[in-house]
Design a protein around this ligand. Sequence first.
Ligand code: 8DG
Ligand code: MN
Ligand code: MN
Length: 373
Amino acid sequence: SLTLINPPATTVKSYACQRRTPLKHHNTFLTDALEILAENAEFNENEGRSVAFRRSASVLKALPHVVRGMDDLKNLPCLGEHSVRVIKEILEDGTSSEVESTRQSEQYQAMKALTGVFGVGVKSADRWFREGLRRPLDLIHTGQKLNLAQQAGVQYYNDLNRPVTKREAVAISHIVEKAVNAVLSGAIITLMGGFRRGKEVGHDVDFLITHLEEGAEEGLMPKVLNWLEEQGLLLYQKTTRNSYLESKDGPARPPHNLDRFERCFSIFKLEKGKEGSGTSLNTSYDSGPSWRAVRVDLVVSPFSQFAFATLGWTGSKLFERELRRWAGQEKGMSLSSHALYDSKQQRYLRANSEEEIFAHLGLEYIPPSERNA
Ligand code: 8DG
Ligand code: MN
Ligand code: MN
């Protein structure tokens, strides 16, 4: 039959954690559109719909070629009816009316602007939107009661919405290293999040800190923060016990020492480096402040959990979600950034590296640069 002489269709596995997803791919004209709809679904607190659009977009990111026609979508997983309709419209007309009207809508634009303030989630943004607020400055003008995070968010709004460059991330790394080394010797500091996946810019800089000697990391976070504070490098900080991935009280946490695992959302004051100007022409007339605000996430993990924390903090968010879904649905396991629990064996599986965790999960190892799902 004809199918025998056709080139084999690209096969794409259905979980994002089974696929390689590079940072740069061939279908941004489609994935940007689908991700607008995903974002809009989040603004409407429709998580199911949002994840469906994100999964569709992610499948297209994994394709080794441009999608030119509907035939290219044959045999692809995760493409729901709605996503297919949007893709078809873009392929035929160049744009999708639904995407364009979403982009133009007052609600989408206001929610985007309001949730773009550090410390503002969808719930507050939606309440403010329904009260007629549209822009971050409306929060000030109408005298809204803001918590400390939101106050910092408004105060540093412009800086925090300007992408953090790789060079700035490296400068922040040096500061974090200096701070950690000043209070504990031999700690290991690793850049996580988007920069570990090879991104050239990010919305923040993420670090994971550990120490080979189990227990040496205890109490480290407050000491590091004190040091940074004394140096005048912190504009804002809030430390919390980690409870993000563990909130659904699954068993994927080791029974002890969870309380040592701490995270800090912060805003650093980064001096603009003299070396930063290079050949660009902007600095000589730049009369702005000599520093900028940068969002920094710090996480401290005991060494026994370091591999899980590394995997959990590298992202992407969809890749992480898909890993946990794979673990639960396909393996009867429960994965968190602390541990992996095997329900059948009723025990925690140890791992000293990300490779070992993928192996426990029966997955081919995917390097960070290909976790851009
Ligand atoms: P970006 O900053 O460049 O925009 O991208 P990113 O680095 O991929 O996003 P991120 O929002 O900084 O998140 C980085 C990773 O951290 C992501 O995979 C999800 C993970 N993560 C959080 N919050 C939490 C949390 O509270 N606990 C754990 N374990 N992981 C978290 O964002
Ligand atoms: Mn990040
Ligand atoms: Mn982060």
